[in-house]
Design a protein around this ligand. Sequence first.
Ligand SMILES: Nc1nc2c(ncn2[C@@H]2O[C@H](COP(=O)(O)OP(=O)(O)OP(=O)(O)O)[C@@H](O)[C@H]2O)c(=O)[nH]1
Ligand SMILES: [Mg+2]
Length: 397
Amino acid sequence: MPTNLPAEARAKWLKYLEARTPEEKLAALQEFFSAIPKHKGTENLRAWVRRKISELKEEVEEKRLRRSGGGISFFIEKEGAAQVVMLGMTQVGKSSLLRLLTNAKPEVSNVPFTTKKPVPGMMRYEDIYFQVVEAPALVEGSADGAIWWGTRVLGLARNADVLMLVIDLSNDPLRQVNVLIKELKTAGIYLKKPRGKVLVRKSKAIHGAKVVLCGKLIDCTIDDVRRLLEVSRMYGIEVRIYGEVTLEDVEKAIYETVTYKPCLVVLNKADLVSRDFTIKVVNSIKDILPDAEVAVTSAKVRKGLNDIPGKVFKLADIIRVYTKEPNSPKPSPEPLILKRGSTVEDAVRRVREEFVKYFKYARIWGPSAKYPGERVGLNHVLEDGDVIEVRTTIKGI
Ligand SMILES: Nc1nc2c(ncn2[C@@H]2O[C@H](COP(=O)(O)OP(=O)(O)OP(=O)(O)O)[C@@H](O)[C@H]2O)c(=O)[nH]1
Ligand SMILES: [Mg+2]
């Protein structure tokens, strides 16, 4: 990624960041593209912009079709605790697994590319539900337009919380995994956990550019990051750095070019191959994708399915917190779903934003409490299964 784009290009980039609708974004990005100088250092950026333009074109077209009441929509509104998007080549058993894991009833057949539009279903895990979406099959070259729905499926993947790569064990499984990794990478979706995290928040309320260092910068100083924001003319932006991060990571994050997705590899059709072969494939996948979870299934003989919801829960990196009214003996049966690492403040805000202002203290029962009913403040970090009772200065609450 180039750090020193000409001023004209940077100004156009800002326009893109400010754009709200897909139409505005598309127009702004097309202008930005024409302002990027063509040389080796901008190759990646240009490739990314080109892909983003084609994605936006499809989004605009889809919107138009939706409005006119025709066409196939690829957008699936999120429901439940997290959205899991199922990806894979054709005929690997995606629809068969979706039928067994969720309430959805997609068509299963031995005709390639049977599923032509995304199909959502709800999968239960203990007391919560995940949304699982089967995406139409990918092929090699999807990210570069080998099939018309390829970039749409990858757009769906970019919006997902967790990816489920479904692999047919009986048909050169490692090749399938490698093709999927390659297509996702081309679309800027990485399955390897970054060592650090760069969170970018844009808001008119932020004065200038703010850098908050909660982790470590590996190859630069905080001043280099500030300079990068300055030369990129990034204003009204806050950059928070967690873990170990390079200047390039910061750059990728501010230009929104790459994203990491946790992933579950489901090795299906285990009934067609030997145990030894399956073990070998599992080990190779753990080498290729060290951060992924792996499950071995057979939709045909209904094996290995019970592991999937728990693995998805682990990957989604969420916790369940149960609120309790003061003086009520029992917490609400429906948990709040929060990101792992969330605090009492996050929980309070989720219930009602303005309660934070009137917050007195909270009582906690469960894994994060030192003893049942521990009294804690807004900064207390919650854990999965906690029960929380909030006391405010508002009378009776
Ligand atoms: N032996 C065996 N066959 C399976 C298994 N899972 C699915 N199949 C068969 O594989 C074929 C394709 O299954 P689908 O579930 O439709 O596959 P898909 O990935 O949704 O395929 P498309 O939507 O067409 O891309 C069907 O004939 C299924 O019966 C399995 O675990 N073992
Ligand atoms: Mg299908």
